[in-house]
Design a protein around this ligand. Structure first.
Ligand SMILES: Nc1ncnc2c1ncn2[C@@H]1O[C@H](COP(=O)(O)OP(=O)(O)OP(=O)(O)O)[C@@H](O)[C@H]1O
Ligand SMILES: [Mg+2]
Length: 315
């Protein structure tokens, strides 16, 4: 077992709305091991981005605790978070919106170095930026360009280079390649994996795309309506998903290997509103195995003998 870099306990984020409280994140327990790539998959609106924002403390949690490298950071002020922000980078979905259109690539990448006091002397700063560009497969000449002069893939490489610049321990990636063509996606994912191994980084990916999570994750989590329903080593979940929602989600995706398809559960019905989640297990209205107990009693998030955790009364 490696050591835990980030942990959350019973984390919640509820937003006020005219209809009532939106329970976007509703009691999440999660541990991310150092050096691993954690991939969280879940349908649109299940609370993935909110979870990241709360873990980064860009949003205040409604309840629960957050620990980074063994230190509780739940109550940290904005100022106290500043030093820690260097350790936690972020890559966003839309590289175009994430980059300041009036800054050159050099300015974009060197800015966090300056802010965190990591910029070497003048000439050396250029070398630092060039090294970062090269690590993402870009060239020196890209330094003087503005974002609008770059392709979507190049912009996302800049977004990653900027996140790598301050040498964080952990990088959150929110749908990092959703806006890009498949061939460009593959290249960027390879560069990310190379950077992770060379720099001993920990990744936290979120996506609605199982195929992306399948490629990038060592450990996989499945989120449904503000909660995590199953977590475990990727192979374990892909070979033998347990939670009925995980089974439904995986069987809805074309399986690259035809001898190995999970066609057990078809997801029917709509995802209920996070304002009024169903009582008991919140998946019960869509679950073919639901019984009376599932309609009243919320299942515990239990660890099984094989090392996975699952929240379902069947296990
Ligand atoms: N600032 C906010 N105020 C009110 N409700 C919000 C706010 N941010 C998110 N929500 C709601 O919280 C729920 C979760 O949203 P979130 O963006 O975290 O989902 P997501 O899993 O990232 O979805 P997607 O895959 O579409 O990005 C949604 O119902 C959303 O409408
Ligand atoms: Mg999102």
């Amino acid at each position: 077992m490696g050591s835990t870099l980030l942990e959350v306990r019973n984390l919640k984020k509820h937003f006020p709305s005219t209809a009532g409280w939106v329970k976007a994140v509703d009691g999440i327990d999660l541990k991310i091991e150092k050096g691993k790539s954690f991939g969280l998959v879940g349908e649109s609106g299940c609370g993935k981005s909110t979870l990241i924002r709360v873990m980064l403390k860009l949003l205040e949690p409604t309840a629960g605790q957050i620990f980074f490298d063994g230190q509780e950071i739940t109550g940290y002020s904005f100022k106290e978070m500043r030093a820690l922000r260097k350790e936690m980078g972020m890559v966003f979905e839309d590289p175009h919106l994430a980059l300041n259109p009036r800054m050159t690539v050099f300015d974009i990448i060197s800015r966090p170095l300056k802010i965190h006091g990591l910029a070497r002397k003048k000439g050396d700063l250029t070398v630092q930026v060039v090294e970062l560009l090269q690590s993402m497969g870009l060239q020196t000449e890209h330094m003087i360009r503005f974002p609008h002069e770059l392709s979507g893939g190049q912009k996302q490489r800049i977004g990653v280079a900027r996140a790598l610049a301050v040498e964080p321990q952990l990088i959150f990636l929110d749908e990092p390649t959703s806006a890009l063509d498949v061939s460009v996606q593959t290249k960027i994912l390879k560069l990310l994996e190379k950077a992770r191994q060379e720099r001993d980084l920990t990744f936290f990916f979120i996506s609605h795309d199982i195929n992306l999570i399948r490629v990038v994750a060592d450990i996989m989590g499945v989120m449904y309506l503000g909660k995590i329903v199953e977590i475990g080593p990727k192979e374990l979940l892909l070979d033998d998903p347990h939670h009925p929602y995980t089974r439904g989600l995986f069987s809805a995706v074309p399986e690259p290997d035809p001898d190995h398809s999970i066609t057990e559960i078809q997801l029917t019905g709509e995802v209920p509103s996070p304002v009024n989640p169903p009582p008991g297990c919140n998946f019960n209205p869509r679950c073919p195995h639901a019984d009376d107990r599932c309609r009243v009693e919320e299942p515990e998030f239990r660890e099984l003998a094989d090392g996975r955790r699952v929240a379902c009364h069947l296990y």
